[in-house]
Design a protein around this ligand. Structure first.
Ligand SMILES: N[C@@H](CCC(=O)N[C@@H](CS)C(=O)NCC(=O)O)C(=O)O
Length: 212
């Protein structure tokens, strides 16, 4: 049994979508970051960086913070949503691209463009330009492919599940998805999966999956 500590954010949804796709039993614990619950001493014991999400796997005693580590751990444990051989490294490459680029940069867009518009023209321009660059890079990667990694047209892996919740905030990022048709089609393909629809509403229903 897995205890899952999360909130209604892209980082939380990466893992809730994976848990739903795996179809395993888990118990959800809400950590409301708008009420600073991520600083509670009990949560800090498993997530010392005071950020959601985190898991405790009672089968193995493993505790983990950081979505990259959690997703790799679960994909390895259940032998699903990863790739083999050289494609495993391609998947890893795009997973790291999400962790180091897409997530942090789009997070800054949410901060300056959605929540603090008008406070810094410089930051708005800098992070919006970077968001468009990242969408362009993903659009090029998805040319002729259904999924980010894997042979041929690709396989659905944790690299897709890591990127998708960040792209789901395209409206906050003021991105016209029609300017990135490969990203749009990939996004819709994944949005239509029942497990993604369920995972999007963990730990609570904060609205439907946005559709372009
Ligand atoms: N690199 C971390 C990022 C986690 C993260 O930034 N979580 C945000 C929510 S999306 C959070 O907990 N923020 C709380 C805060 O800023 O205090 C991961 O991939 O797990």
């Amino acid at each position: 049994m897995i205890d899952f500590y999360t909130w209604t954010t892209p980082n939380g949804r990466k893992v809730s979508i994976l848990l739903e796709e795996l179809g395993i039993d888990y118990t959800t614990h809400s950590i409301d970051i708008s009420k600073d619950e991520q600083f509670a001493p009990d949560f800090l014991k498993i997530a010392p960086n005071n950020r959601i999400p985190a898991i405790v796997d009672h089968d193995t005693g493993q505790t983990l913070m950081e979505t990259g580590a959690i997703m790799l751990y679960l994909a390895d444990k259940y032998g699903k949503f990863s790739c083999e051989g050289p494609e495993c490294w391609r998947m890893m490459e795009w997973l790291m691209w999400q962790m180091g680029g897409l997530g942090p940069m789009l997070g800054q867009v949410h901060h300056f463009v959605k929540y603090n518009k008008g406070t810094s023209d410089y930051a708005e321009k800098r992070y919006s330009t970077e968001a468009h660059r990242l969408y362009r890079v993903l659009n090029e990667r998805l040319e002729g492919r259904d999924y980010i990694a894997g042979e041929g047209r690709g396989e659905y892996t944790i690299a897709d599940m890591a990127c998708w919740p960040w792209i789901s905030r395209f409206e906050w990022q003021e991105i016209d998805m029609n300017a990135y048709p490969n990203v749009r089609d990939w996004y819709v393909r994944i949005a239509e999966r029942p497990a993604v629809q369920r995972g999007y509403k963990v730990p609570k229903d904060a609205g439907d999956v946005p559709m372009p």
